[in-house]
Design a protein around this ligand. Structure first.
Ligand code: TXA
Ligand code: MG
Length: 334
């Protein structure tokens, strides 16, 4: 199949809507990362998404909706708190897990009785959802296991020949995926940290952070969010996360342990002898560059990547969560 890339505008959105209505799948931009969208109410469309990504079929998809009212169409119960959070953070990078109605097929929910909802902050993608009239199931538009795509070109690298259309909306402004929460007692439990930070959620309700966010899950443990148990975000190079608050020690370590195929992602590149790739100066800008730099490292034939770990506060928690998985939990503490 030929994969077309069209710039985002009224016309390309209508082309995408036509394809989606015919049960085809299309890659679309959101503010976090590109999504691989299909009709979330159609088992056959959802099956195409899993096939194109090579995704394990027990890993559930997020339903992207264009209006909070849609929650009542597809969720069996909508807690007061969900409405409050939607009001404060939608459209935006927050995904909420609710009990599903029968109209949502088990193919979409990965066999679970719950389903995830999010309203993406991209006016064109919201228009697309409206034009379709059904929610779009959309996981990140990468091959399963690779870093999520923050540009249309990365989607093309992964999915060319497998999908008919990629809508190019430029670079995703957030750069890491949405925060995924489940409801409990008077608050929420964060299953995956993302663009809406624990601190932001704490202004509204109690917040617990699932242990798997930082620690990972052993093979025989049951994950509350199935996505947590799979290998993730990994380039082919070996990634090492370096936890170090002492600048001189960080420089010394990298400068004594690099070769021509080593790349470093560090906040300050001065005095670093290994090759470096773009990385932010704070957690927010690190989130913007992270997946893109991991992909670039692969393109450049990197065999080893050192990444300076962010603190675990604010956006740092989301960046840390992605990095520790990219590093397959290899951490160097200096
Ligand atoms: O920002 C995002 O969320 C992007 C854009 C495209 O919207 N989407 C995304 O989807 O990251 P995906 O499929 O790559 O990640 C969804 C995560 C997975 O870890 C999945 O296990 C979890 O959400 N999830 C989805 N439905 C769930 C459910 N019913 N219960 C628990 N976890 C769920
Ligand atoms: Mg993903």
């Amino acid at each position: 199949m030929e994969t077309n890339i069209l710039r985002i505008n009224e016309e390309s959105i209508m082309t995408a809507a036509e394809l989606l209505k015919k049960n085809e799948i299309v890659a679309v931009p959101t503010e976090t990362v590109y999504g691989l969208a299909g009709n979330g109410l159609s088992p056959s469309a959802v099956k195409k998404i899993f096939e194109a990504k090579g995704r394990p079929n027990d890993n559930p998809l997020i339903l992207h909706i264009s209006s909070t009212d849609w929650l009542y169409r597809y969720a069996r119960e909508v807690p007061e708190l969900a409405l409050k959070l939607a009001d404060r953070f939608w459209a935006g990078p927050l995904t909420m897990i609710l009990p599903k109605k029968d109209t949502v097929p088990y193919e979409t929910s990965g066999g679970l009785d719950t389903v995830a909802f999010r309203m993406p902050d991209n006016k064109w993608t919201l228009k697309l959802i409206d034009a379709c009239g059904f929610p779009l199931a959309a996981p990140s538009a990468n091959l399963s296991g690779l870093p999520s795509p923050t540009r249309a070109g990365y989607v093309y690298n992964d999915l060319k020949g497998k999908i008919p259309l990629i809508i190019d909306g430029g670079i995703c402004k957030c750069g890491v995926e949405s925060t995924v929460v489940a409801f409990k007692d008077n608050g929420v439990k964060i299953l995956r940290p993302g663009g809406v930070t624990p601190e932001m959620l704490s202004e509204i309700c109690d917040v617990e952070i699932d242990r798997a966010v930082i620690d990972g899950i052993s093979d025989n443990e049951k994950a509350q969010s199935p996505g947590m148990k799979y290998k993730h975000y990994s380039p082919s190079a070996d990634v090492y996360l370096i936890e170090c608050r002492n600048r001189a020690r960080l420089e010394e370590f990298i400068n004594n342990n690099y070769d021509s195929k080593t790349y470093a992602l560090v906040r300050e590149t001065k005095n670093i002898k290994a090759k470096t790739l773009p990385y932010g100066k704070n957690a927010k800008t690190e989130a913007n560059e992270l997946f893109s730099s991991l992909r670039k490292a692969d393109e450049l034939g990197a065999s080893k990547i050192y990444v300076e770990a962010p603190g675990k506060e604010g956006m740092g928690l989301a960046v840390y969560n992605r990095l520790i998985r990219a590093a397959a939990f290899k951490v160097i503490k200096l």
